[in-house]
Design a protein around this ligand. Sequence first.
Ligand SMILES: Nc1ncnc2c1ncn2[C@@H]1O[C@H](COP(=O)(O)OP(=O)(O)OP(=O)(O)O)[C@@H](O)[C@H]1O
Length: 610
Amino acid sequence: MNTTLGARRVLTLLVGAVRLTRQAAPAGTPLYMVLCLLGGVVPIATAWCTKMLLDGLAAGGAWVTLLPWAVALATAGLLAGLLPVGSQYLKQRLDRAVSVVAMDRLYQAVNRLTGMARIEDPRFRDKLQLAQQTGRSGPGQLVDDGLGSLQAAVTLGGFFGTLLVINLGMALIVLVAAIPALIAHLRLSRARAQVMWSITPAERREAFYAELLSSLDAAKELRLLGLGDLFRRRMLAELTAAQNAVDGQDRKDARTEGLLAGLTAVVAAGGLVWSVWLATQGKLSIGDVAIFVAAVGGVQSALQMLVIRLASAHHSMLLFDHFDEIESQPADLAVAAVPQEIPPLRTGIELRDVWFRYSEDQPWVLRGVNLTIPHGQSLALVGLNGAGKSTMVKLLCRFYDPDRGAILWDGVDLREMAVQDLRARIGAVFQDYMCYDLSAAENVGLGDVSYMDDRDRVVAAAQRAGAHDMVTALPKGYDTLLSRMFFDEADRADPETGVLLSGGQWQRVALARAFLRDRRDLMILDEPSSGLDAEAEYEVHSSLRRHRDGATSVLISHRLGTVRDAHVIAVIADGQVVERGTHDELIAASGEYARLFRLQASGYEEVVSW
Ligand SMILES: Nc1ncnc2c1ncn2[C@@H]1O[C@H](COP(=O)(O)OP(=O)(O)OP(=O)(O)O)[C@@H](O)[C@H]1O
């Protein structure tokens, strides 16, 4: 990770953080700034009031001449007590407001990623994780550190000016002692940010093992295969590696801090002895000694505060850099300057010499695919595992763009269309469909949020997917929560608070979700019946067949019996279309499809002949 930020970048980040803070708290931000600056001035005012009062007393001044200084000193004392309380309260309010805006902006940026490539990129995921960690407090912390630095600089400037007025030599010594502290703290902060970045992969792996250990999905295999201890040890190894790295940095910090504290103490003690000696020589007044002592201490503590705040600002800035990078990233898919309107599909979709690989360092997954999905017809994709079928479907949804070649919608390249308009014309069930911890109605309704509250449509979609009877039998029917995540201890035994579905039941719900997007121009079904029982599979495919009539669809299935009535069956192997035709044509051709079909059919025949 780059731990040095150029002046320009620093300025951009600071302005960005202040803007975000002002957006979150338009009135609170300026008020907080004023309180911070006042907090920087108060110690200097206190020191000068003390000096004037002591010098007045030593000179035998009258009560009326001393009273204003006494009142000013008391006011400064009051402010010194009240300001931290007020600014602390404002800071917390500001932090809360900033965290809401920051989270909103971060996830808006994530939602702007319309493709899949970047969200799958491990480097991007690391940055996103850091941005998520810092997003809540990062921008507010940066503004706070900036203001804290400014406050310390004001105090420092005031006291340093005071020292200059009283004794130039001491002012210079204090200044020279401060420089190594400043440099050391900045270096430490850079090293700490570097360590944090370097441990993110280990933290991700640790979270992965921790998640596995408590995951419901993994629970059966973990228990049966006895993997619990293995994953626990791996999780601890990752955790320990990350902690060792942080611990090493903590030790470096402690050593440097100790040295700096020693240096500070020596300078403060020397200053005190020197000022007393000068006073005995008659070169300083009592008030001078008092302000001198206050100024030496004040410069030291303001300097310390300044370096700590600067180091912290540097650290916050490096982290905010990730937030800003995620927020200001360009679109991950090419955006057409003037997107073409997408009219309803009329002729069909064509994959023309499509080449695709997931990244430049990975092998080609699709290698010159030419395929047409005519309007109103069904295309079935079959082939061995890893042949590239799901990848083709992902390209049709434009989760990625082809590296070479094009996908044409009625002759228009998908890249010339607005991606959301394209997706609005597609309905799909993916192999890895989602199971939302929401009610049954919502799980179906998410297929088209505009119909989410339209119970009749939701029910109709569930009926077509063969899910209706199963849902109505649930304790609260469509309003049953399909999760046991949110139950209270009190309703532990009450099934009305949520139920768990079987894999096949979930698949029907996912199908219903796709059916709610009825009458889209293209329906994609990637292994829609893999988890269904024989009866449900038959029902679903009959329904799909009815539904397919006149609709354009792509169906992927390893159960070749379910694709035999597709208008065209394309066999994919090694990222290429190796055969295409109707079921009868492909059987007659006695190629790969015929081989796979006979293989599956022979399995059934053997069972039947048992
Ligand atoms: N997100 C991804 N990043 C990198 N490689 C991927 C990704 N998804 C799939 N692949 C690779 O692309 C190749 C084709 O995968 P794809 O899922 O398209 O095959 P498939 O024909 O659908 O297989 P299956 O029948 O097992 O579902 C495989 O080698 C797979 O490892």
